[in-house]
Design a protein around this ligand. Structure first.
Ligand code: BYC
Length: 343
């Protein structure tokens, strides 16, 4: 369904991309040589590695984006995790456990990638738990029925893959390499969600209505996942210049709409947008207005589930303290033993 084939070349000649790439150069002469080498690496599409010099703003942008991404993965475990004990069959339960566990793994790869930039995991988690750090808006909505689990796989993971495949070519090596593995696993997540919905759509009228209801509630929130419109996206200029972002928020959103409409048709659901129609001249689907006020309210902590999600995360972290302490004590013991043996 969604594969690496979505990884299209950058639209370098496009006027919008050229505008997004126009960022100021270094401020003083001392930095100029380092900056020039860094620019050569970026322009040649080579990777920047942790040992390399990088502009402070590049480091900061990466820490911001990668840590937000990591937080999204682990907060993203919660809405679906709620359904593990209520999955309708052993098969669905096993699939869901595997998926939720994968999301935890994605969070760990991403925290590790961010740590290579000199930020500790404790600092990042403090940011999340104190409510200062962002995570994806989509996880602040409730999962009301079993169809929501399928729709999260189909649409939420589908939107995530669309956003994340270009990140496999991100200029920062550790992030790009983490994303390759993440995308392979997300592809399975998306397919399992779609397959679960296909089965429900062959079921009773009530099951079909559950799927349609879940699609109605999640569709617009998934479109907002790609971030604000390009014109209102303060970080895109830097992100695009540095090869962190490869495709703009609006372009990815459009790709997602274009890919999803035929899938909805096969599934037999209606996407809840009266303005959704094929535009022959553009070669894309037109779609209606996203409620950006609602999006920002959610991003700023006032969505329906923000407080509950954060409280659950903080509780899990506190209750896991003994595991971290035990692991550290074990590591210390092992180190002492090795030192004794070496002496
Ligand atoms: N939610 O200038 P912009 C998953 C913020 S997990 C919340 O366009 P940028 C999954 C943005 O951070 C999927 N906040 O920013 C897991 C910025 O605020 P700050 C997570 C959002 O960085 C489990 C401000 O709005 N994926 O798939 O250039 C189960 C202005 O935005 C959102 C990633 O994290 C949002 N939706 O572009 C199932 C991918 N959108 O930081 C599934 C990596 C925007 O200036 N991240 N904001 O205070 C990215 O690709 C980019 O960071 C974004 C935003 C496209 C999200």
């Amino acid at each position: 369904m969604y594969t690496q084939s979505f990884n299209v070349p950058d639209d370098a000649g496009d006027a919008k991309t050229a505008r997004l790439k126009a960022v100021p150069g270094p401020v003083d002469a001392a930095e100029a040589a380092l900056q020039a080498h860094f620019d050569t690496v970026i322009d040649a599409d080579h990777k920047v590695e942790p040992r390399d010099w990088m502009p402070e703003a590049y480091r900061k942008t990466l820490v911001r984006q990668i840590s937000q991404h990591a937080h999204s993965e682990i907060v993203g475990m919660l809405p679906e995790g709620n359904w593990i004990s209520r999955a309708p069959s052993l098969k669905r339960k096993a699939i869901l456990i595997a998926k939720v566990q994968d999301e935890g793994g994605h969070g760990l790869y991403l925290y590790s990638a961010a740590e290579t930039l000199g930020t500790s995991r404790d600092q990042m988690l403090d940011g999340l738990h104190s409510g200062k750090a962002k995570y994806s808006s989509i996880f602040n909505y409730p999962t009301l029925n079993w169809a929501d689990v399928g729709v999260i796989g189909w649409l939420v993971d589908g939107a995530a893959i669309m956003n994340q495949i270009p990140l496999c070519r991100c200029s920062y090596g550790p992030y790009a390499r983490a994303m390759i593995r993440v995308c392979k696993e997300e592809s399975f997540h998306q397919r399992q969600g779609y397959e679960a919905l296909l089965v429900m759509m062959q079921g009773t009228a009530e099951q079909k209505a559950m799927v349609q209801d879940a699609v109605n509630r999640y569709w617009w929130k998934c479109l907002a996942m790609f971030g604000p419109p390009d014109a209102d996206s303060p970080n895109s200029v830097q992100g695009m210049r540095w090869g962190i972002k490869r495709i703009s928020n609006d372009d990815l959103r459009q790709k997602f709409v274009d890919a999803t409409v035929p899938q909805a048709e096969v599934l037999g659901v209606t996407l809840p947008d009266p303005d959704l129609k094929w535009n022959e001249a553009r070669g894309h689907y037109d779609y209606g207005q996203i409620d950006w006020d609602e999006f920002w309210a959610t991003v700023n902590g006032n969505g329906p589930m923000n407080k509950e999600r954060l409280a659950t995360r903080v509780k899990a972290h506190e209750q896991g303290a003994w595991v971290r302490d035990a692991a550290l004590a074990h590591a210390r013991k092992q180190q002492q033993r090795q030192q004794k043996e070496a002496a």
